[in-house]
Design a protein around this ligand. Structure first.
Ligand SMILES: Cc1cc2nc3c(=O)[nH]c(=O)nc-3n(C[C@H](O)[C@H](O)[C@H](O)COP(=O)(O)OP(=O)(O)OC[C@H]3O[C@@H](n4cnc5c(N)ncnc54)[C@H](O)[C@@H]3O)c2cc1C
Ligand code: FES
Length: 275
């Protein structure tokens, strides 16, 4: 169904649902032709009869005809989404937000640091960078991803695919291991200090995860020598319109839904600490 007006979602059938963890599912829907986006942008997903919430697009625009959203069960909208099945209809509005500054990343080495569901927006950019048409435009790729337990790691089949590539380094960590886990155990910022042993010249770090993880990861990056302008992160404020109109998401003069959700740490330092 065509989308009419900025507040009217277009209704689309869910094509596929992947159960990532006990409380996160990835929903695949067809991408309408008009929906042209860049990694780091988000969309409003509407469940008829329940309501709407904003979610990062976790698929890469290089993947063509579909969109994916990886959604953690939290409250009314996300619980309703988790009850849906393939073939059920959801509404889509967007894309919204600024997305990652891809032009500024060209030619740089990229250090991705993700925690939990925070890998969702990073995944869009990672798969964009790794796509055959873009890989040669970027330098080295280092991905550090952590979750609370091995069962909380998302995109497991994709992590396996990334692990098999010889043009990137993937490092996984969990806060708490179990009998089957042979990887690292430790909090993301601490593991970052251990595993990232390169001079940081030419590197940009893109960080996404829970606020506490972002805070301590930025501290670690600063200790490793990253300048504030070379640290990029995303903010998750509460939002309603996604269009810079309702004032729900503003921090000082910034509307996170339009000026963000992607910000450099250099910009965050100029903002009131309301995030
Ligand atoms: C730009 C952006 C991108 C996002 N991307 C994703 C994503 O890729 N995957 C994902 O799972 N979630 C994402 N979120 C968070 C998601 O929007 C919320 O989890 C969702 O709105 C919760 O809706 P609900 O109706 O299920 O919960 P509600 O019933 O509205 O709320 C349940 C609880 O969660 C709190 N809450 C709701 N929204 C937020 C929020 N944005 N920040 C902090 N606390 C909140 C409420 O205060 C309440 O305590 C994103 C949010 C933003 C702003
Ligand atoms: S969500 Fe309405 S102004 Fe940002």
């Amino acid at each position: 169904m065509p989308c009419e007006g900025i507040y009217t979602p277009c209704l689309l059938p869910i094509a596929e649902i992947v159960e990532e963890t006990r409380d996160i599912k990835t929903f695949r829907i067809p991408r309408p032709e008009h929906f042209v986006y860049r990694p780091g942008q988000f969309a409003g997903i509407f469940v008829p009869g329940v309501g709407e919430a904003p979610f990062s697009i976790s698929s890469s625009p290089t993947e063509g005809t579909f969109l994916e959203f990886s959604i953690k069960r939290i409250g009314s909208v996300t619980q309703a989404l988790h009850r849906l099945n393939p073939g059920d209809m959801v509404g889509l509005r967007g894309p919204y937000g600024n997305g990652f500054p891809i032009e500024e990343l060209l030619g740089k080495h990229l250090l991705f640091v993700g925690g939990g569901i925070g890998l969702a927006p990073l995944r869009s950019l990672i798969n964009y960078v790794l796509s055959p048409e873009h890989r040669s435009s970027f330098g080295d790729v280092f991905i550090l991803y952590g979750a609370r337990t091995p069962q909380d790691l998302v995109f497991r089949w994709e992590l396996k695919r990334w692990e098999e590539r010889d043009d990137l380094t993937l490092c996984l960590t969990v806060d708490e291991g179990d009998a089957s886990w042979e990887g690292r155990v430790g909090l993301v910022p601490n593991v970052l200090r251990e595993v990232f042993s390169f001079p940081c010249t030419g590197w940009v770090s893109i960080v996404c995860g829970p606020p506490i993880m972002i805070k301590f990861t930025i501290k670690a990056l600063r200790e490793l020598g990253f300048a504030p302008g070379d640290i990029i992160t995303t903010l998750e404020m509460k939002m309603k319109c996604g269009l810079g109109k309702c004032g729900r998401c503003n921090i000082g003069p910034y509307y996170v839904c339009q000026d963000g959700p992607v910000f450099s740490y250099e910009t965050l330092l100029k903002m009131p600490e309301e995030y």
